[in-house]
Design a protein around this ligand. Sequence first.
Ligand code: AMP
Ligand code: MG
Length: 408
Amino acid sequence: MNPVGKPGKTGALMPVEQALQQLLAMADAAPIREQQRLPLAECDGRVLAQDLVSTLDLPPWPNSAMDGYAICLADWTGEPLPVSQRIFAGQAPQPLAAGTCARIFTGAPVPEGADCVEMQENAVVHADERVSFTEPLRPDQNIRPQGQETTVGELVLAAGTRLGPIELGLAASLGRDRLDVIRRPRVAVLSTGDELIEPGLPLGPGQIYNSNRRVLCSWLKRMGCEVIDAGILPDDLEQTRSRLAGLSAVDLILSTGGVSVGEADFLGIALREEGELALWKLAIKPGKPLTFGHFRGVPVIGLPGNPASTLVTFALLARPYLLRRQGVADVEPLRFDVPVGFTWPKPGNRREYLRGRIEQGKAIIYRNQSSGVLRSAAWAEGFVEVLEGTTLDIGDRVNFIPLSEVLN
Ligand code: AMP
Ligand code: MG
């Protein structure tokens, strides 16, 4: 039974890039614009809604990079200098008195008139407490100039930047205690399949435990989304309609399963009746069937149900889509060029995302690459991207996408 579409017979597969571009175009057409002003502590993982422009020079004044002595080079003749002041971090110094040096500590403002800091390891303190130096002194050495990090008016983080510990630290260093961020995307997770039951219940005949729900709910949470767990949806048109109808307040309905070739595609029928639907056959493995559409105006992405397929298509397609809905420009994971430590004798017509690791500088892959084997990804450190129509010998180069690039 295959009431919707006739996938699998004719037609070229859609390249992964093309699917991504289409999804991103649709995300661009439906941006989440609502903003919230939140304390920094609540901004981790969120997307900046307003440019962060510096209202400070950072550092605000030249400061010492070392514990040592601040000197005016013109005063250094080789004769020991008396110490005229001690400057700790947090203190405001006096201008440097002519013919003297200042004891100074890391982070303390360099006094007016000083143009060099020498570290204490290269200083000799004489019995009369005057100080001389054992190494040549150079202008500006060990002085962090005012504004070396940023100056007033400079764009520090652009709107659309994903905020993590480093960005939040930067905002804090500029004195910001709050930032304007895009509100969390609300994403409903639907697991379709008559065979699914939740962990904790006894496994009946023909049943399997629902693992995709856990993968997606946890992942979306990490991404900063508000997750609406819409539970298990039986393979039934009436229930599909009513479940979708109950999810009218979300930004995205993310479902898994029920998009395979040869299966009654109730999601597709429901979308076709009350919205629109694109059924894609993608040149991706694991993966291939992917649904994008709207149900009563709410965007829906239907990922394939095999756990490794769900993982790969979420990482490469749904995740970038969700980031772009929040205004993130650069949504693609970094790829690293690495040599392979395995052979790939048979070229495929789909781009493969093999679950692999780097060992002794070479990519190796999990022994079982079945789309049903989630353990391959638990073992893996990333995806080894093998392009369509490619064979590989040991030492040939491929792209490697670390899981850490996408699991956030
Ligand atoms: P489907 O896309 O519905 O044809 O599912 C493809 C395969 O993935 C089947 O073997 C399903 O049993 C399995 N599957 C679908 N959804 C889940 C899920 N939520 N958790 C684990 N396996 C699933
Ligand atoms: Mg199914």
